[in-house]
Ligand binder design. Structure first.
Ligand code: 9MR
Length: 568
């Protein structure tokens, strides 16, 4: 057959598990037959009819599904719609997302500050060390008696936050919580994992080695005198589009904040639990984490109103700082998360009692300014191992999580791309790809404990959101660099722009479609104003095509979790 490639056919560009759902979506008015054909376009292996017409609630466009779920034979195929063309090729096989999962975790390795990335581990993206951060200045806003303005501290390691080279505690918080939760939820799979990083030969699981790179940095961000945590380590202004080793401007730690300090407390409490098993390899680390967490908590109790307000800070202190602000005036969710993690680790009920863990019936989707539900994930995870107080509330925790998951599922079968993601235009915010990944995680959290007859739906739609991220969406991109056929080639990511290599650094999740991106980054070239279509693969589009650690982490969680749960 002579069929052109058609971008109207949207599917998971990596592929499908043999025994799971397999759905492609065609956008447009086409109806009738479709075929599954070998990748050389020679052999038809399955035929079916497109499903009923669905209306995209956001754009009004018509879509139809090509459902070949019943076809289970491994191989490489395309979907063909006569008169339209063929899709990108994809595989049907077990472990079809394993390389992606490993690649997305490896994305964190590429984000490491203060170290060289040798070719042995970084391949053609090898680069010299940047940002030693061994001479970081105390910004006047962060001055204390023991550390007056201009004091030099060492604050090495950590991951670059995103396409820029700064290191922000708030955003590290949810990122670390997500990765540590992956370890706690799937320890056996994570212990068996190898990702080819310099530490792969040591006795610590690779996931925990990678997390350790950022954990050690986070520990340096706490003022040892009072336990408060600096909001971020940053240049005053963003660097140009240059490689890390060329970016040598002075860096500062700025004022402490309540959100940074509570997020830090939550991460350190969780790390204290997780790294306890590695006390022989990392002597004293777990205890240091717990003690850092309790000190942070003490500071928070004494300073509950110290929010980060960059404009106010700049009005009072020089130099002005204009980098990412991660401002969040409401710390009630950070209190809940820190309290839950400290309680789960120490079993000390005073943390549990210190805050109202259930201030209302809501269960917000996790995001950097909203971490309440991470507390519920942890309480559900430990379930009956909690003290009587936590055990008593367990049904309530599960009810919160189930209500959230069920509201995500509601109407997903009517959605144009058959995904939970994109039921509403509200999903398409800055970093929407992480919304999709976090929705998937929310569904899996319930899948893990529920015995509802609906159980399989949670897994089905978690996988559906991975299909969304890998191409079954309104723009037809797989949003992960290097994974898929139509992927971001020009992410807003300094090393990918400056390294002179055509392919961007792989395994990085683009923030993705963002209804307001054109207004936010003023990058030229957006072609649509429809909420689920506002995306361009251009490096000036930092509002739709940047990468960030808090977006990669839920991708890592979702892909590894689905790999673990889909052993067929
Ligand atoms: O992810 C952040 C998004 O929620 C905000 O709307 C946006 C504007 O404040 O900032 C995003 O975070 C950026 C951070 O400020 C600086 N590093 C890059 C981050 C991703 O774009």
């Amino acid at each position: 057959q002579s069929q052109p490639l058609s971008e109207a056919i949207r599917l998971n560009q990596l592929g499908y598990y043999p025994n799971a759902a397999k759905i492609a979506v065609v956008v447009g008015e086409t109806q009738g037959a479709f075929q599954l054909v070998s990748a050389d376009l020679k052999t038809v292996v399955f035929s079916g009819n497109l499903g009923e017409a669905r209306q995209n609630a956001i754009s009004g466009k018509t879509t139809r599904t090509a459902d070949f779920s019943t076809f289970t034979k491994t191989g490489t195929y395309v979907v063909v719609i006569p008169g339209i063309g063929h899709s990108y090729p994809f595989e049907i096989r077990p472990s079809v997302h394993k390389n992606l999962a490993i690649g997305a975790l490896k994305g964190f390795y590429y984000q490491r500050a203060s170290t060289e990335l040798p070719a042995k581990f970084a391949g053609k993206w090898a680069r010299p060390a940047g940002h030693p951060d061994n001479r970081v200045l105390i910004h006047p806003s962060a001055a204390s008696k023991d550390r007056p303005a201009g004091t030099v501290i060492a604050s090495t390691r950590g991951w670059y936050d995103a396409g820029d080279y700064n290191k922000y505690i708030v955003n590290s918080g949810i990122t670390m919580g997500t990765l540590l939760s992956l370890y706690e939820d799937f320890p056996a799979d994570m212990n068996a994992l190898k990702t080819d990083i310099p530490e792969s030969t040591n006795k610590i699981p690779d996931l925990l080695d990678e997390v350790l790179w950022n954990l050690r940095w986070m520990l340096t961000m706490q003022d040892p005198t009072d336990g408060g945590v600096y909001h971020k380590l940053t240049n005053p202004r963003f660097d140009g589009m240059i490689m890390p080793d060329k970016a040598v401007n002075d860096r500062y730690v700025v004022q402490k904040s309540i959100t940074a300090t509570l997020d830090f407390a939550a991460v350190m409490a969780q790390a204290g639990r997780v790294y306890k098993a590695y006390n022989r390899e990392l002597p004293g680390l777990a205890d240091s984490c717990v003690s850092a967490a309790t000190k942070a908590w003490t500071w928070a109790k004494a300073n509950p109103t110290v929010v980060y307000n960059q404009a106010d800070m700049n009005a009072k202190f020089d130099p002005d700082v204009v980098t990412g602000s991660y401002e969040d005036r409401n710390a009630s969710d950070e209190w809940i998360w820190a309290a839950a993690e400290l309680y789960a680790t120490t079993k000390d009920e005073s943390y549990y009692k210190a805050v109202n863990l259930f201030p209302d019936t809501k269960t917000p989707l996790p995001a950097w300014p909203q971490v309440r539900t991470l507390a519920y994930y942890t309480l559900a995870r430990f379930g009956n191992d909690l003290t009587s107080l936590g055990k008593k509330d367990l049904p309530l925790v599960k009810q919160h999580l189930t209500t959230m998951a069920d509201s995500l599922l509601m109407g997903a079968d009517k959605q144009a791309f058959q995904t939970v993601m994109g039921k509403s235009a509200k999903d398409f915010i800055w970093g929407s790809s992480a919304e999709a990944a976090n929705q998937g995680i929310a569904l899996l959290q319930v899948y893990r404990f529920t015995d509802s007859p609906n159980r399989s739906q949670y897994l089905l739609y978690a996988l559906g959101n991975l299909d969304y991220l890998l191409g079954r969406n309104a723009v037809g991109y797989s949003f992960v660099t290097g994974f898929g056929d139509k992927t971001p080639m020009h992410p807003h990511h300094r090393p990918s722009i400056a390294d002179g290599i055509v392919e961007p650094i792989p395994g990085l999740l683009s923030g993705g479609t963002n209804a307001n991106a054109a207004r936010q980054d003023k990058c030229a070239g957006y072609t649509s104003t429809v909420a689920d279509e506002v995306y361009i693969d251009a490096d000036c589009s930092y509002a739709s095509n940047e990468i960030a650690i808090n977006w990669n982490a839920p991708l890592v969680y979702l892909t590894f979790a689905l790999e673990a749960l889909q052993k067929d």
